[in-house]
Write a protein that binds this ligand. Sequence first.
Ligand code: HBI
Ligand code: FE
Length: 287
Amino acid sequence: MPPPDAAADWTIPQRWDAYTPQHHARWRFLYDRQLRLLSGRAVPEFLEGVRLLDMGEGVPDFARLSERLAKRTGWHVVAVPGLVPEDVFFHHLAHRRFPAGTFLRGPHELDYLEAPDVFHDVFGHVPLLTHPVFADYLQAYGQGGLRSIRFGALDKLARLYWYTVEFGLIATPEGLRIYGAGILSSAGESRYALESPIPRRLAFDLERVMRTPYRIDSFQDLYFVIASFDDLLERTLRTDFAPLYARLEALPDLSVTDLLPTDCIIEAGRTGAASGHPTCSPALLPN
Ligand code: HBI
Ligand code: FE
């Protein structure tokens, strides 16, 4: 059941007028800090989306933001009270509505907070929705999510969201770049994800991703790297999930230190690689 002041689809009014000058100043601090960090680290299409959406003045008004966004890919940003049930979340994505929180993190939690706030949701997730292929991917993800509930495979699909939309990396001719919102909205992880020798970085593989649980309370030990957004769309949401879910039923989950012979290692990370294990350079990522 939605909370008292929310509609049946869990949306609420954003109440943009209620943001104080302090909120807008804090947004600008977070925005400016991330943009300084992300040049040379974020995938160029993300930075292009940030430029197009013109969000630098303060907490964006979702109505104005959606006007600009919808002109490009038909997506809208809708306000919700916080995390919403999976089926509600998938339903919004399947209809090109991105559900965003309205609260802004406090001055004491500028670096890490448990629940997604408006900076994570809007600065982290929305700019890439100006990119037609990524916009298609997220809508197809929502449709797939609704189907996965019927297969009882919601946890597998949640992992796909986690290792792509939230914490995905992408190979570019200039090197690895960030496209996951959980990294893009985090000062610490924006550096760690590309520069730390600790995490393992593997080429994206749908079945591998769906077998790999994740942790929500620390920097990631494992990142998956895609070759392009076209490739991500092709490899995931164009496949028939029924046989995949059936296969996954019989396979155990993998720990982040497990290594499959089929894993294509881009950077082995602290846990290292079995000797002789094939590595793959980002340029040669399986397309
Ligand atoms: N609700 N508002 C909101 N934002 C999310 O990112 C979100 C959610 N509900 C469920 C959810 N994410 C995850 O379970 C996804 O993997 C489905
Ligand atoms: Fe998120």
